[in-house]
Design a binder for this molecule. Structure first.
Ligand code: NAP
Length: 277
């Protein structure tokens, strides 16, 4: 038997049992015949730095990071990519051969690549995007939309200050609109994105009236439990193209898997089915 090191990776969070990442990465490891493992790691906050520093010595080549540690790991890493700095959070760690740790954020890549794959006719430059919410995931959405050349982003959030902070960070292409006015801007969106947690299983409904939705709009939701949120169901009834949030989760995993295991994985029906298992 060979004594070559088996590459290990995993996802760090608290709680972690809900994470779909182990199902997805282990599906890819099996698909490509890679002798590696990917495990969920429930870590307490007091142990976070020690655990992360120990993982490379135990054969780990990297890790994903989820709630509540996406910000904390930025201080632990030796180097942070520009896009993670811009987003103020990291979801992917790379343990390099020289012992240093690189923190990256692939959520924006996952978001925009999901739209490109699932709605190939959508032209980012064709019109404004309307974005609901201004939390952590929204930063990644805004950064990737601006990079893709969306001309304007109309941003609305229950807590206006958070939206204004994003406007300050991302500049004049972001226009903040009061939450109470959200229904009035829906008609301006060639793209409409829900980045709030409203509509998720166990949470309240997204109550923004959608009568103004244009039938040529692309509508997407970051939520993937349920897969078809009320927003997506309504948009579909109104003739819009819709894209669910599972694809973002799958695509954000691609760069990490490729860096750790040396194979660029496919986001296809089999990967979707594995993540939903
Ligand atoms: P977060 O930082 O906690 O932000 C939550 C957002 O939802 C904020 O804009 C918040 O508004 C809003 N919100 C929550 N409860 C609300 C309510 N009752 N009324 C109005 N607005 C409310 O969370 P996040 O990390 O950005 O994640 C947001 C969602 O995206 C979650 O459902 C998460 O699962 C999903 N997500 C999906 C992916 C994917 O790969 N598909 C990746 C990341 C996140 P306030 O600022 O006013 O509190």
């Amino acid at each position: 038997m060979s004594d070559a090191k088996i590459p290990l990776a995993g996802v760090i969070g608290n709680p972690i049992s809900h994470s779909r990442s182990p199902l997805l990465h282990n599906h890819w490891l099996r698909t490509y015949g890679i002798a590696g493992h990917y495990i969920p790691m429930h870590v307490e906050s007091d142990d976070l730095e020690r655990v992360i520093r120990t993982l490379p010595q135990a054969g780990f080549v990297g890790a994903n990071v989820t709630i509540p540690y996406k910000e904390a790991v930025m201080k632990i890493a030796d180097q942070v990519t520009d896009r993670a700095t811009l987003m103020g959070a990291a979801n992917t760690l790379i343990f390099r051969a020289d012992g240093t740790i690189l923190a990256d954020n692939t959520d924006g890549y996952g978001f925009i690549t999901n739209l490109a794959q699932s709605a190939p006719d959508w032209q980012p430059a064709s019109g404004p995007a309307v974005v609901f919410g201004a939390g952590g995931a929204c930063r990644a959405v805004i950064a990737s939309l601006l990079e893709a050349d969306v001309p304007e982003i109309l941003l609305t959030n229950r807590t206006r200050d958070r939206a204004e902070q994003l406007q300050q960070d991302f500049g004049p292409k972001v226009r903040v609109v009061d939450w109470i006015q959200a229904a009035n801007i829906v008609e301006e969106g060639k793209l409409v994105v829900n980045t709030t947690s409203l509509g998720m299983v166990g949470k309240s409904r997204l109550r923004i009236p959608l009568d103004g939705l244009r039938s040529d709009a692309l509508v997407t939701d970051l939520i993937y439990t349920p897969l078809k949120t009320d927003l997506l169901a309504t948009a579909e009834e109104m003739g819009c193209t819709t894209v669910d949030g599972l694809g973002m989760l799958l695509h954000q995993a691609v760069p990490g898997f490729e860096r750790w295991f040396g194979q660029r994985p496919e986001v296809d029906e089999a990967a979707r089915a594995a993540a939903l298992a």
